[in-house]
Design a protein around this ligand. Structure first.
Ligand code: UT7
Length: 331
């Protein structure tokens, strides 16, 4: 059993921030950012909450699919930047779109989150005959957790959201998901918990390998380690998914990779032996929007006609966790 993607939707904040703007807050320049990352500008929230961007993208996807929101049985929201610890962003999206019969939960797998969500939805569809439509939303406000005094990371991130509506079909589908928690220390942001008023104030269990001194709750990244991981993760995930059904990566019409760094995508393409024109790239305009990056690129590629019905498409992502994953399907 495979999936059919009925429709896509997207929401990008209108605030476009060019590389030049960063020269006012950190020591950097447009040329360094462009040549090291491929990024020229990114959209940043100008007050839009995460749930709002997700709901806007979801409404567009529902409208394009032409379905009744009451027929959506499941909403999965991929985010690492929810506005609330609880309730889930998925429940707020459910309220906003009027999907009154939907189960709703959030999924956190960082930049691989959308791929994890697609595969989770596929498994729900496989096991629940009563489930007709699934709404998958990926919405990220990375500006909530970006450290704007860290010049090596703050220039990377953007905000935005995208959504898809899927149903079961007999079209081609394969996937592969992975994780490596030993790499947690390479990319993380501390959570917001303070502890009870009754403790000694000292953690009795040592913090994990991430730096316990970091209390500012912004993203900390070892760029070089993540880079090394990413260049291997993209080809590994895509190949492992394809191998499961004896598919060659050459048979794939379009790869939609996580948009983290153009050099990572180029190296991955080379390692896979696939030409760059089969990789969809929009990092120049959008930056890295974590789990929203793949669906934002997908929505764009569908809308501008780069993807046609019948094409074999590969979503492939990697990110904090560390996590990696790929889903290959016929559009
Ligand atoms: O979705 C999340 C996944 N995250 C990623 O995929 C990030 C993966 N990593 C990367 O993309 C790259 O490692 C970065 C873009 C983050 C950094 O590029 P790099 O080529 O690894 O640079 P670097 O950190 O080794 O820094 C090289 C130099 C350093 O100066 P020195 O020590 O050689 O004098 C940095 O201080 O570039 C300097 N530098 C900058 N210079 C101007 C770092 N950031 C900047 C900056 N502007 N913004």
């Amino acid at each position: 059993m495979g999936i059919n993607i009925l429709s896509t939707g997207g929401y990008l904040p209108s605030l476009a921030v060019k590389n030049e703007s960063f020269t006012k807050i950190i020591e950097t320049n447009d040329e360094w950012i462009r040549t090291r990352t491929g990024i020229c500008e990114r959209r940043l929230s100008d007050g839009e909450p995460t749930w709002y961007m997700g709901a806007m993208a979801a409404k567009q996807a529902i409208e394009r699919a032409g379905i009744d929101p009451a027929e959506i049985g499941l909403i999965i929201d991929s985010t690492i930047t929810s506005d609330f610890i609880t309730p889930s962003a998925a429940c707020i999206v459910q309220r906003e779109v009027g999907a009154v019969n939907a189960t709703a939960f959030d999924l956190g797998a960082a930049c691989s989150g959308f791929v994890y969500a697609v595969d989770t939805a596929h498994r729900f569809l496989l096991t629940d005959d009563n489930l007709k439509y699934v709404l998958i939303v990926a919405n990220e406000n990375l500006s909530y957790i970006t450290n704007y005094s860290d010049r090596a990371s703050c220039i990377l991130f953007g905000d935005g959201a995208a959504a898809i509506i899927i149903e079961r079909s007999d079209k081609l589908y394969t996937s592969w998901l992975g994780a490596d928690g030993t790499g947690a220390k390479f990319l993380y942001a501390k959570s917001r918990y303070e502890g009870s008023p009754f403790g000694s104030g000292r953690p009795r269990v040592a913090d994990d390998e991430t730096d316990p001194q970091v209390t500012h709750r912004k993203l900390v990244q070892d760029g070089k380690e993540v880079y090394k991981f990413a260049t291997k993760a993209l080809p590994t995930a895509a190949r492992n998914a394809a191998d499961k059904i004896g598919l060659s990566t050459e048979d794939i019409d379009l790869f939609i990779p996580h948009q983290a760094n153009i050099r990572i995508i180029e190296t991955a393409a080379k390692n896979l032996g696939v030409s760059m024109d089969k990789f969809y790239v929009n990092i120049d305009k959008r930056g890295n929007t974590s789990s929203a990056s793949i669906p934002i690129a997908f929505d764009e590629a569908v809308t501008n006609g780069r993807i046609k019905r019948g094409d074999k498409v590969c979503f492939v992502g990697f990110g904090a966790g560390l996590t990696l994953g790929s889903a290959i399907f016929e559009y």
